[in-house]
Design a protein around this ligand. Sequence first.
Ligand code: FAD
Ligand code: NAP
Ligand code: SF4
Length: 677
Amino acid sequence: MSEHTLFPNLFKPLDLGFTTLKNRVLMGSMHTGLEEAPHGFERLAKFYEDRAAGDVALIVTGGIAPNLAACVGPGAAKLTNKEEAEEHKLITSAVHKHGGKICLQILHTGRYGYHKDLVAPSPIQAPINFFKPKELTDDEIKQTIQDYINCALLSKEAGYDGVEVMGSEGYLINQFLAKHTNKRTDDWGGSYENRMKFPLEIVKGIRKAVGEEFIVIYRLSMLDLVEDGSSWEEVELLAQKIEESGATMINTGIGWHEARVPTIATMVPRGGFSWVTKKLMGKVSIPLIAVNRINTPHKAENILADNHADMVSMARPFLADAEIVKKSKELKFDEINTCIGCNQACLDHTFELKICSCLVNPRACHETEINILPTNTSKKVAVVGAGPAGLACSITAAEAGHEVHLFEAQNQIGGQFNLAKEIPGKEEFEETIRYYYSQIEKHRVNLHLGKKVNGPFLKEGKFDEIIIATGVTPRRPALNGIDHNKVIMYDQLLRKERVAGDKVAIIGAGGIGFDVAEFLLEGDSRSSLHIPQFMDEWGVDMEYNNPGALKPKAAMHPTREIFLCKRSPGKHGKSLGKTTGWIHRQSLKNHKVQMLSSVEYKKIDDQGLHLSVNGDDKILEVDHVIVCAGQLSVTNLFDELKESGLQPKIIGGADEAKELDAKRAISQGTKTAIAIE
Ligand code: FAD
Ligand code: NAP
Ligand code: SF4
């Protein structure tokens, strides 16, 4: 079977008239943080080079500002002069070396700029920004349009194949388009004709300046998801005018950054928003690109086959695996390291002003630093524990040429990921386990399942290196009544060894407490894989009856009464991811989960959980109490080996249980393997 039989649409070239794209996959724009880092352009060049070598048809860079006010923050990347254009040549030549194509994204943040000199059509502060924008004057608007055109010309000079004009996600162009943010009474505000003028002048000006043979993508906000956003009629009209103005393709934008609807997190169904792009198919004659949570070649093919779009954009999947397109073409699906939509090392890093990476691929954006080189001295390595830390360590060491023996007490690999994948909305974690199985086979790791090993066994094995990745075990707090049969540890619940009743209290509101609450709501016909139900739950109007496409959220009728308790004061979920914490909080709120803070646990008995909240005694008359009170490292084997004079290394949760997550476990596992000499 060939890629053309299995993917009749995905690998069909796309003829743009003056140039042809080799397949239908676009690598979407991602700000990586390298744009501003020391030696960032060299690092970016390698980052994009690897993706171009991986056969993607077209890459779009992270957003680059056309002037100072447009910047994301102080010192952020801009392209305003020839010296800056010169630096970009590193990137364009690296991509072209592999027959790839790359467009520069021109991004003006408008009122989302995280600096004091921000500007907008009207001086209305964004709810997600501390700074208030200054209103642009008529002259400044005209100059800004010129700056976009200048930026496009400089991109051409730097060797780019085109530009993408960022017109969505609530940035400046969107701010002109929507009544929500454009309250102007001059020629740039009021009627839709006036509000549209800003993007149309930009696209027309760019096309005139760069000539016919240069790609101009316009990223059009097809679904604003804010009050007073664009109506569908406006979206359609804008698309047609953008085509007339000279754009080559239209990419889809979904949701402003301030929208309170999850648009890319893991609980969003795969390809959950391609229906929006489909609405525009046939209304314009230039190619349309679908976006958001498209993370497998099969999903991409379905979207194209169902005529939802002419091309698909994947962004984070290229962090997870630079070769996703190449592996798809070679039909090596099991070897694809799939993006699980967690945001933990990509978007969360961006918001924390850190260099972006990927939880499942710590090499992402660190291609010049983390490299798996073949070893000259192959060693016999024992890795104990096949959770994320041990798995990452084993496949990396084996890829470098070591003889690796991976011992796992259970009959399956994955460690705690086997529990995580049971959480509704976290089904993607299964993909990571599948990926590791493929790599174990590919790199010939000697996998020993159902093998709980001890000190004497390891001593006898005469290993050159022993790496302990025995992970964590749930903490069982010393509460009065902790052995009562109402008590269920979270791992017993998620392994389905015990079933909870209709009224439940959860002790501990960290990541796992939140996840367990979601798990307990499963009986409430949770709909993580159903697009219409997801849209109903989050108030997205697929009929598009209102501007912005919002509607009242569907009322939830939880079948369980759940109390989520924590001892510390304040808001729940502070430790959750920056870009996903609000979603988990909102989801539990939608399902009427009761959040109790400042709790002191007294005892558990036949009546239920006795506690005090801010000093007031209460009894939660629950059927079960689920304990999610953090983790303890499993270090007995490590301690035993040390005592016997061996020098094992320790990684992952076994090394440090506090604030452990899979990002740290996989990164530490990978780096430990690379350091084996
Ligand atoms: P573990 O996953 O605990 O693996 C250790 C392995 O060692 C186990 O398979 C165990 O059987 C084996 N083992 C132990 N002793 C021996 C022995 N003597 N011999 C052989 N084998 C042995 N993290 C995130 O980053 N994001 C999330 O969204 C997320 N969600 C989660 C949701 C849930 C419900 C849970 C439970 C965890 C979640 N985590 C999440 C945490 C993440 O799964 C852990 O951080 C990660 O699994 C730790 O990896 P590890 O390899 O150190 O340990
Ligand atoms: P955690 O985030 O550290 O939370 C542990 C919870 O238990 C806290 O709410 C703590 O709250 C409570 N607790 C601690 N000791 C206790 C005790 N002796 N008695 C009663 N309560 C106690 O740990 P976790 O929820 O087990 O998660 C483990 C790791 O997995 C986390 O670090 C997280 O990074 C990762 N994870 C991440 C996600 C994600 O979405 N990113 C999801 C799941 C897991 P109080 O002290 O306030 O009571
Ligand atoms: Fe995908 Fe998570 Fe990696 Fe981001 S960190 S690219 S969301 S797997």
